[in-house]
Every structure is written in structure tokens, then in C-alpha cells.
Design a protein around this ligand. Sequence first.
Ligand SMILES: [Zn+2]
Length: 710
Amino acid sequence: MNRRNFLAASAATTALAGVDPAATAAPSTLPLLGAWTGPHNGAPPFDKVVVADFKPALLVAMEENRAELAAITANPAPATFANTIAAMEKSGKTLNRVGALFGVWTSTLNDKPMQAVEQEMAPILAAFQDEVVQNAALFGRVKTVYDARATSGLTPEQRRLTEVVYRQFARQGAALSPDQKTRMAVINQRLATLSTTFSQNELADEEGYALTLTSEADLAGLPAPLIAGAAEAAKAKGLSGQWLITNTRSSMEPFLTYSSRRDLREKGFRLWTTRGDNGGAHDNNAIITEILARRAEKARLLGFATFAHWITDDQMSKTPDAAMALMMKVWTPAKARVAQEVADMQAIADVDAPGTRIEAWDYRYYAEKVRKARYDLDESQIKPYLQLEKLREGMFWAADQLYGFEFVPVSDLPVAQPDIRVFEVRRDGRQIGLWYFDPYARPGKGSGAWMSEYRPQERFAGEVTPIVSNNANFVKVAPGEPILVSWDDAVTMFHEFGHALHGLNSDVSYPTLAGTSVARDFVEFPSQLNEHWLPTHEVLSRFALHYQTGEAMPDALVAKIKTAHTFNEGFDTVEYLASAIVDMKAHLAGATPIEPRAFETVTLKEIGMPREIVMRHRMPHFGHIFAGEGYAAGYYDYIWADTLTADAAEAFAEAPGGFYDKPTAQRLHDCIMSVGNTIEAAEAFRRFRGRDVTIDALMRDRGFPAPAKT
Ligand SMILES: [Zn+2]
């Protein structure tokens, strides 16, 4: 939960992508346009990329895709699965290839010239997508195949694909009247503008405000690396002899955890929690009101009661009620846990600073004190055992145990940067895919960690093996030195590798249904589940080796880590759920205008928000839901997927062979990891677990009492 990884939507998920009408044909000999050839079943030509080629290559590729789709609609024969749906699956390959390279450059090599290309091309790509979805002739043929799907002799996968493609069109308004389509396009363009402004305002308040520390006394309690970072930040702004805590999560959270200056904690906290809510030019309140109103209108046009109904209709949850019900079941015990946590902290505060009542700016600070006192656990004890490359070997080893994967380094493929590595993935000696590993931070690379898919698996028109990557931001050290990572970073590595394994295990016919192309509230399940192999004795005893002595992590330390697992879970769950509940309720309001400040206050009062915690993301800087549609009415996805994860992890824990139980691993492969979106998410889980998911395992995993049986 709450890990800031993202599963990069391959920049061109695009049988559904489109073209700039004004595009003139550019040289069709650009290297970016070529097929991926060479050894290892072909690979992206990273060595041939020239930033200036992206625009002409994308335009040519879109034009090619437009011609392919025109050929499908011009076919005089009646629409069939083969001449329409399968033909669409075969189309757009050039655009997908260029789009994959474009995605690598925008996410990991995004310098100024590349940013300019991205700014120019993003709306053109979006307009092409609208053009395809609104293509009445194409949708007419899709609908013909869809209407006949039960009687036309399709395989189950072909039928599923037909339904998925039909829904992609219908959900975006392909069946609307011409007037409604025009209105939809206006709304979408307005929403794109509003979202861009929203994120620029958020950024402006992150960069425009900072907490300035002016004396040694202001540094009380801060660890040395944090002080050094703050000094650097001040220097960058020309402030000598001062320290700057920037107004972002990555600097404000550690400050709030360690600063013993309560007055400064309060000051920093207030800055940080009012981003986008400061009045003036960068205030997001009015923008939120309009975004919610436009989304409500869009949902009504598409025939749904509210935007939340439209979003969840295509998810595993199916309805906002189902998502809300899950959140409220967890909310009550999480709140009870917060009361205990506050009591524990208050006991320390009563001694530490008599008369202090725990406030929101005190939570992280006193929680850290409780953690040290109760678990005697310190990050500095753990790190020496967590070497980046050893952990990578541990991930490989566990994947071999579970899926029979062998990872073989290859050196004859081009890479985008010299320090990126490539591994051929084999099963029974046969290549099943490629895995690229790009672990290091560099200018122009997005923060956090993520997985991307360069090429999905398919086999309906010849075997195509998947190509995936894992990306992170570890700081490089001197050659020959090991990179030591935190426990959280190690968990994240296993998480992202779980997405990669989901892509690599894919064994389907059609690319639209392959690998990670599953429902949004299901996609984090395979990745969250893979986190569970890190703390197994089998992995830690072999791969969590001290970088100096080579000794395995002592059992006592492992036990401490496991005991501390549910520490502060009340806080984590409540701050996350408060945001997820406000998100859902705001998108359930329909035509009722929303004034964000009042809406937050009223909603949080209704659910009894503990006064010592604020939402993880207050509405004026809730980029997940307002900087685009990414998690709109979908911030609940994390806990939804975590419910599946906890339940599935117990299937392993209960099995005779534990997390290395062969029959259970085989079932995970057969029912979840290999099927992509060929099977409805709920049914896939049922096949794996033998029953529907229940919430009990999630409650146990978080250390909350299980709900009463009904
Ligand atoms: Zn993820």
C-alpha cells in the first residue's frame, strides 16, 4: 500500500491511438520505426534513438495505424472476429514500438529537449485516441462481432477479447449521438487543461514555499544526512549558513519524524498540508470544483449515475458501494488502533514535554519514539545485510522456485544507458522473455520505482515473447562497493519484480489481454503478493548477507522486523483511508457542487476522523485523483488489491510447503500469473483460492481484529 511505484501504462496501449490530421509523411526510414530484430527474439534499438526523431516517427506510426484501421472499416465483407477484432490486434505495432521507446525517454531520460517533444506530442497522441474511439464505422464493426459473440463459435479468449474491446469503445462514448460526442470532446479537453493546471499549482506551492532553518538550535533532533540535504537545498537557493526543508513529502516527512522543535514541526506541517490551498494564483479549490462537475457531467452523458459508478463499473469492485463497504469495514478497527497509538505516544509526551497534547504535527515524532522503545529496531542495524545485487539474486532465486525461471545476463543487446543491464529469462532452457534492470538515479529520471512493459506477450499470429523492465532510483556508489538499501526499498524491489513476473508469465493469445493489462484494482495484487517472499527464511538466509562479514541476517533481527510489521498501522491505514473515502464520496456527489474545504470537513466529521491525523493527501494537492484520471474514484485500489494479497498469502502460509509449496505456486501461475485479462479478476481469484476473497486475512495482516462473522 501507498508505495509510490507506478505501473507505467505503456505509452502506447494503442490499438487505440490516433493521428495528427495535419501530419505530412516523414521519412519512413527512421530507425525508430523498424521492427525489433536481432538476437534473443529481437529487442528495442536503444542505440538508434535520436530525440529529434520521436516526433516524425510518432507521426508516421500514427498515420500507418490510421491506414490499418481504415483498411479494416473499408472491408466490404461483413464484420467477423478475424477481419475486425483480430485485425485490430495486429494493427498499431509500429506505433507501439515507437511509443515504448518514447515512454523510456519520457520516464528515464527526460531532459529539456525531450520534455519539449513530450509536451508537443502528448495532446496529439490523446487526440488520435479520441479519433479512434469516436470512429463510428470501426465501432459499428466491433459491435457486430460483439452482438454475435455467443453464437459465432469464438474461443473463450476470443469472446473475452471481443467484450473487452467493445467495452473500451462503449465506455469512452463510442455509442453516443454526434451532439453528445461533440460535448464529450469539449469536456475531455477542458478536463485535460484543468488537470494540467492542478498539477502545476501543486508544484508551484511545493517549490514556492519551504521551511527555513536559520540557527543550529533549529536543527535539534535531525539526523546528519537530513541536515546535509537541507544545507544543500539552501545553498541551491543562494541561502548560505541556513537550511531549507523543502515542501515535499520526501523532505517534510523525515523532518516531522525527527525534529524535536515542536514549534517548527507545527510550522512545517501547516505549510505542507496547505499545498494548493493558499489562495491566490496557485489555489486549486475552484479547479477541483470544476473538475468534479465536469466528471459528473461526463458520467451522466455515458449513462451512469455518477463518475464513481462509471469508474468502478469496469473494475473488480463493480460498484462504489462495494469499494465503500470494504473501506468502512477496515476504517472502524483502524480508528480504534489509532486511539491506542495516541495513548502510547501521550504516555511518552507526558514525560518528555508535560502539558503537551498529541497533535497532527506530533504523530510521526512520537511514533518514532514508541517504535524505538518497543522494538529496539533501527534502520542502521538492517541496512548492512541488504545489498542491492544480492537482493536481485534473491528475487531471481525465488522466481526460479515459484515459476522455474532462469535469468541469464546478456551483453549483446543495446541499452539506453551503459549501466542498464539485460537478462534473458528462460524456462526449461527456452527463452520466454527479456528483463531490463535500470536501478540507478540520474537527471531526467522520474522518482520512485516502477515496472514497464516494452512489448506484451502474444501468440495468435506467431510467438512474441514479452519484454519488461524494472526501474529504481538508487544512488550509485564507487565501483566495487555494494549499494545498501533500506528494508522498505527491498520490499519495493520485490514489489516491482512482481509486476515484471506478471508480464513475463503471460501465456495468452492476444496482446490486449496479456500480462499486466488487468483491472486497475487487481493489478497491484501480483506485485504486492511477491513482496511476501522477501521475509522468507529461504531468501534471507541465502541473500540477506552482511556486506563485510558475509554472514546471514541473524534470526533475532529477522524476528524484530516481523514483530514490528504492524507497528503504526492505525496511522498508516487511517491517513490512507481518509483520502480514499473522501475521493469516493466526492465522485459520488453527482451534480451537487463541491467546495473542497467544506466537503472535507463535513465528510471527515461524518466518519469520525481522529483529530490527531490529517488525510494523506488533502484535496487541494491530491494529484492521484485530480492531476488526471489515474486514481479518480480509485484511490481505494490499494486496499482492494491488498485484500486479495493478504488472502492469497495465507494460501501459501497454510500450505504444507509454505511459501515454496509447489502445488500452490503452480495454481498461482495457472490461475493468476499466466492468464492476464483472459479471465475476469474475481473468477481468477476464485480459481486460485477455491472461494471468493474475504477480508479476514487483511485484518490479520494489519493486526486488526477480524470482523464478526455474519
Ligand atoms: Zn505496483
